[in-house]
Design a protein around this ligand. Structure first.
Ligand code: ARG
Length: 391
């Protein structure tokens, strides 16, 4: 009988390294897949580790461009912030990776797909909903949810027993997930929501108190809602994000500390680092203020919230998400122009905005010379406005 084959989402960490062996012992040929979404780790080293453990193949897919252009910038245009604070960096990366895995599974004629998520988090949902929708015939295996290894120590023992090479770190302080759009840090000391994040949780961003005590300005150029340039110079998407990340991080910008509501019903304390995202969301929103009419803005606000939930809940490839995409794209047609921002000690402040599609009219708004607003119209308007409430 032909050996069954599984495609495993491999990160190079302890869980998924142990998972390779565990799946092999269950009788599977294991093909590892690593989707590069800008985690900035040495994927070559991880690949070598996978092969050493016994994976028959380890495929590295460069998903960075697709991730940024089709997922991250879509969420930016949507103004999607889960519970008003989380930019969804991790949540956005799961469907792009899962979708790529389905393609690999088809090519490899695999019988199953697997991931290293626990049964308590959101990531399992995001992976599995995508698998279900894209390739319902694939069996889904979640080793970490299924095996008997209860603690990290037990996993390390298992790794030692089976000659699985693991990183030399004695104790993992936090669970960290990094990609181009940001870093998610959870676990460890952060599990106490009263504990202030210490220096060891700052992965990229300077502390506010250590940031330069000198203001820096940056100007972002947008084309149809998509960031296209910095300080008058055009950059490809990935370069642009990396530049803003460095700039923002230097000024202590983009740190979020929150208690969020997971899909599986628990609250969890999360620390995020997303300097580029904070700058870009602030800039994008302020350009929309100038360009969108009042009612579209109001309605888009509702869409933003719903959209952020769909992304968080793993529903990227669903009809409602697709329909909302169309709405969002439609609103972005005129969102072109420039935004000026000031960066200082952990804070980003928009100081100016400009667009050829601006709806702002000085002639109507001014209290000075050249006012064309017909104030005599106001009386009738207010009479009618109050009409429904009069008795
Ligand atoms: N709470 C965030 C989310 O659900 C971040 C998850 C981070 N994942 C991780 N494996 N550390 O999107």
């Amino acid at each position: 009988m032909k050996k069954k084959k599984v495609v495993l989402a491999y990160s190079g960490g302890l869980d998924t390294s142990v998972a390779i062996k565990w799946l092999m012992k269950k009788g599977y040929e294991v093909v590892c897949y690593m989707g590069d979404v800008g985690q900035g780790e040495d994927l070559g080293k991880a690949k070598a580790r996978a092969l050493k453990i016994g994976a028959s193949k380890c495929i590295v897919g460069d998903l960075k461009k697709e991730f940024v252009e089709d997922y991250v910038f879509m969420a930016l245009k949507a103004g999607a912030m889960y519970q008003g604070k989380y930019n969804l960096a991790t949540a956005l990366s799961r469907p792009v990776i899962a979708n790529a895995m389905v393609d690999i599974a088809k090519k490899e004629k695999a019988d199953a797909v697997a991931h290293g998520c626990t049964g308590k988090g959101n990531d399992q949902v995001r992976f599995e909903v995508t698998f279900r929708l894209k390739a319902p015939y694939l069996k889904i295996i979640a080793p970490v949810r299924e095996w008997e290894l209860k603690t990290r120590e037990e996993e390390i023992d298992y790794a030692k027993k089976h000659n699985i090479p693991i990183e030399q770190t004695k104790k993992k302080l936090y669970s960290i997930d990094r990609n181009l759009w940001g870093v998610s840090v959870e676990g460890g000391k952060l599990e106490d929501p009263w504990q202030e994040p210490q220096a060891d949780t700052y992965t990229t961003i300077a502390k506010e108190e250590d940031a330069p005590s000198r203001v820096e300005y940056v100007e972002i150029m947008f084309e149809k809602g998509v960031p296209a340039g910095i300080d008058g110079k055009k950059y490809p998407a990935i370069t642009l994000i990396k530049k803003l990340e460095r700039l923002g991080a230097k000024h202590g910008i983009g740190r979020v500390d929150m208690v969020e509501d997971r899909l599986v019903g628990i609250k969890s304390r999360e620390v995020y680092e997303a300097p580029a995202s904070e700058i870009l969301h602030a800039a994008h929103t302020s350009l929309e203020e100038l360009v969108l009419d009042r009612e579209t803005r109001r309605f888009k606000h509702i869409v933003s919230e719903r959209y952020s939930e769909l992304v968080y809940y793993g529903l990227w490839f669903t009809p409602l998400k697709g329909a909302l995409d169309s709405f969002i794209e439609n609103t972005q047609k005129g969102v072109s122009g420039r935004v000026k921002l000031k960066l200082y000690k952990g804070k980003v402040t928009v100081t100016g905005r400009k667009s050829p599609n601006s709806r702002y009219s000085v002639k109507l708004a001014t209290y000075g010379k050249g006012d064309v607003f017909d104030q005599s119209l106001a009386k009738g308007f207010i009479d009618l406005w109050a009409m429904p409430y009069r008795r």
